[in-house]
Design a protein around this ligand. Structure first.
Ligand SMILES: Cc1ncc(COP(=O)(O)O)c(C=O)c1O
Length: 399
């Protein structure tokens, strides 16, 4: 299992015209120190070996690629495969970058690691990684998400992290980021803000991408080994974009492989209740970097919404913006109803309860598979498991 660290962005952290560091000079200096420490550590054999062993023995990597036969048969077109990130320790892809970030924070001698969380998956994964390496951890989470994702809230408490309830604004992910960032600004020299996706100022979009790219490298090789060819289409849901870039990176040079990111259309693209940033946003700055944004005329972030708490963010990773502009990746949407349908269909046909976030990608695959040939294949990144969402869905569907 090689750990390969891909070359983009440029030295200033730009992917084309997106990314960078939209920050006051003193914070730029702190980010540059993190960048230097990351550049050092990623060359270190000891760090690479430690991460490799943790991926194998602690996370349970490689995660399998599974052929969803009953789902594929029901749809009657392309074969649908799932990259089972839901089987990782802590139940999602987030642990892949949290281990890297926690090890880096420890290496830099930081006294506290803090972050935001939406669905609670990043929070649980970070609390887990901090327990493992022995660093203090503080997670900021919106009040609405705390109510909705209570199993993850309980886990974070058991794991020993301090949970800060965010009651301002939309009481969801964007305000949790604002709140965590304010705490971080109290002592950026000693604190480490472990961003939960491929967003934020340079070097985070690159660093989180590098840690997540294990997903695509494994999947590409697993697919070749089992099928003797690459999938025709790969797809993943896009909130900030970490699980998607994790899958996509290894396939970017494979021109024959179509790549599609799936954004949440929420209650509909013609309503205000969605978070389809790449589909309907425009260029702006948020949380220290430049990207497509859902924003008002004055450049303030708009309130966003998705049934999946981990997808309702008004910005998106800068590399996704670049990949959209150069037309290497296509961005489509799935709405709440399609997500719920995919959630239930996968559960009942395959015995796999997906996270609501991941169910967006499953919904897209179900939609397009019917129009593809039987000898074609789709690989879906099943970014997480749906334990956290089970009660919410059961209530909503009156099960
Ligand atoms: C299971 C799962 N998938 C996807 C996401 C969305 O994040 P990203 O777009 O960074 O992969 C989340 C966020 O919480 C998540 O929990």
């Amino acid at each position: 299992m090689a750990l390969d660290f891909a070359p983009m962005p440029d030295d200033q952290g730009y992917f084309g015209e997106y990314g960078g560091q939209v920050l006051p000079p003193e914070l730029k200096q702190v980010m540059d120190e993190i960048n230097d420490a990351y550049n050092d550590i990623k060359q270190s054999d000891a760090f690479r070996q430690e991460l490799k062993e943790l991926y194998a023995d602690y996370v349970g990597r490689p995660s399998p690629v599974y052929y969803a036969r009953r789902l594929s048969d029901k749809i009657g077109g392309a074969r649908i495969y799932l990259k089972r990130e839901d089987l990782n320790h802590t139940g999602a892809h987030k642990i892949n970058h949290c281990l890297g970030e926690a090890l880096l924070a420890k290496h830099m001698g930081k006294t506290k690691v803090l972050a935001e969380t939406g669905a609670g998956q990043h929070g649980v994964a970070l609390a887990t990684a901090c327990a493992l390496v022995g660093v203090e951890c503080e997670i900021h989470m919106g009040q609405i998400d705390i109510e909705k994702e209570h199993p993850n809230v309980t886990k974070m408490k058991i794991l020993g992290c301090k949970l800060v309830e965010v009651t301002r604004g939309t009481r969801t992910l964007k305000d949790a980021v604002d709140s965590a960032f304010e705490e971080y600004l109290k002592d950026p020299v000693n604190f480490f803000y472990a961003i939960g996706s491929v967003v934020g100022p340079h070097p985070f979009p690159r660093m989180v991408r590098d840690f997540q790219s294990i997903v695509g490298r494994e999947a590409r090789q697993q697919f070749l080994d089992k099928q003797g060819k690459l999938p025709d289409l790969i797809t993943a849901c896009v909130g900030g974009g970490s699980n998607a870039i994790g899958l996509f990176t290894a396939f970017l040079d494979d021109e024959a492989v179509k790549i599609v990111g799936v954004e949440p259309a929420g209650k509909g693209l013609d309503t205000h209740d969605h978070a389809a940033t790449l589909t309907l946003g425009s260029k702006g700055a948020i949380h220290g970097f430049e990207c497509y944004n859902l924003q008002d005329d004055a450049g303030n972030p708009l309130p966003v919404y998705s049934i999946a708490s981990g997808l309702d963010y008004p910005g998106v990773g800068p590399q996704h913006c670049y990949l959209k502009d150069i037309e290497r990746v296509e961005y489509q949407t799935a709405d709440d109803a399609q997500c719920l349908d995919a959630f239930m269909t996968l559960s009942r046909l395959e015995g796999i309860i997906p996270a609501l976030e991941s169910a967006h990608a499953v919904a897209y695959a179900m939609r397009v598979a019917a129009d593809m040939d039987k000898d074609q294949s789709i690989l879906v990144n099943l970014s997480g498991r749906g334990d956290k969402d089970a009660d919410f869905v059961a209530d909503k569907l009156d099960l």
